[in-house]
Ligand binder design. Structure first.
Ligand code: DQA
Length: 140
């Protein structure tokens, strides 16, 4: 069975409660349940990890790289400036897809640049919780 790791970065634990106009009203727990159900249907083993800390995200990528077939990452605000997470993705050599709940290209200028996307297979942005399911589908 193929294994996919999903990483959510800072503040994504607040999804469903924070800025619902941007990120929707579906709670992170419900989003995760939907991801697990979708993965089961597709015969994929999925692990979901969230941290507000850059170093913990990097540690997770490093410690699981050899065990996973694909990585889906929503780096939150780290998207726009974390060269450290970018380097960890490159070092891992794992096929990675960047996802966002909101469409980062129709928001503030500082959100319109991702330093992570250039080292990913692709980026899915703006489809709310469905962004994660589309990313799983893309990895499959
Ligand atoms: C986000 C977009 C980022 O700019 C923001 O900092 C987030 C969420 C998204 O999923 O739309 O925390 O990654």
């Amino acid at each position: 069975m193929k294994k996919i790791l999903i990483i959510n970065g800072p503040n994504l634990n607040q999804t469903g409660y924070r800025e619902p106009n941007q990120y929707g009203v579906t709670t992170i727990d419900q989003i995760n349940k939907n991801i697990i159900e979708f993965s089961r249907q597709k015969n994929i083993c999925v692990e979901i990890f969230q941290s507000n800390c850059e170093g913990k995200i990097i540690d997770k990528i490093e410690s699981t790289a050899k065990e996973i077939d694909g990585l889906i990452i929503n780096p939150g605000a780290y998207t726009h400036y974390s060269f450290a997470i970018r380097d960890a993705i490159v070092a891992s050599r794992v096929s990675t897809i960047e996802v966002h709940l909101s469409n980062i290209y129709n928001r503030e200028e500082f959100r319109q640049k991702s330093v992570i996307a250039p080292v990913c297979k692709g980026q899915i942005t703006g489809f709310g919780e469905k962004s994660y399911l589309l990313a799983i589908y893309a990895l499959i």
